[in-house]
Design a binder for this molecule. Sequence first.
Ligand SMILES: [Mn+2]
Length: 385
Amino acid sequence: MKFVHVGDLHLGKSLGDFDLIRDQRYILDQIIDLAEINGADCILIAGDIYDKSIPSEAAVGLFDYFINRLAAKKIKVFAIPGNHDSDERLHFGSGLFENSHVYISARFDGKLHRYELKDEMGKINIYLMPYIKASQVRHFYPDEEISTYHQAVKTVIDHSGIDPEERNILVAHQFVAGGGRDPELAGSESPAVLHVGLVEQIGYDLFEMFDYVALGHIHTPQKVGRPEIRYSGSPLKYSLKECGRDKFLPIITTGAKGQVDIKLEKLKPRRDLRHLKGKLRQLLNEKNLCDTEDYIYATLTDEDPINDAMRIFRQYYPHTVRIDYDNAHTREMGQVDISNAAAGKSFEEMISEFYEMIYGCDISEEELAMMKEAAREAGVDHETS
Ligand SMILES: [Mn+2]
């Protein structure tokens, strides 16, 4: 049987000022084409279907378009929500969709939902694990020892009656680490993922009984521990840090138990995201002006800030997302060690020093009072720090 694996679609997302909905439609069409060319029977969608828990009309319309096209081509859909999705909203209509072989397991009810498929070699089980938090699992298993995400996921797997002798596939949206190494982040995952990663970390050894694990959550395509446990990565570059890194669609072919072949098809975006670095004059030089329709992140090395740089740049590269500088001034700023900047300092000291560093003069009483008020509103407890 053949599967394609996607995740972290983040439908409705934008990049700087640019709405990506047309780029997303373009890449979904390409995914459908590749699925068809490769003779895929199913698509596994590993969460973060939408960028927001209340998705835009355009985002909902696009997902509707996607699953309709897949259903029309008789490609079965297996989908779960990620941490960006609303379980309840994604649950809507899912009972009816099953008539069209669109299986969305959106609500966590303590066990993995299992869907059974058949091919010439017998049955193959697809298990769907919606994004879960340890607290949700504790609710269903009050007597189990669950203090980590690893224990939470282990508890759910242990209670799902999985036969390790059968062919099993899992779709999940969690932070899985392999062989003592953290997965490589793309920078566009939500801040919660970046900071809570260690707490949420699940060892890949929990997935031994699965022939393939289709993961979502991390936006950089990569395997975790073994080739059959894999993050497809997001289909588009959603962070400026991803310039120069390609995106792939894994095509998975299953044979007998334990036999899995994985091929990676490169995805080609409607507009790439490129990083340009140099002096403004050089970057706008005619011979550099290729693929001007791409999304551009430019780092200018001019020593003096250029008035209206964005407006000038967009005349040549209309989809410039961001401009920053790398020159003597920014390097000097960069040498300030911010990791220790807050150590042992009061909020007032920290803000005053920062102000002086940026503006080269003392902060006024009035400005300091405003900063304190802003910190209080933001819930920063500066009395104790
Ligand atoms: Mn995501």
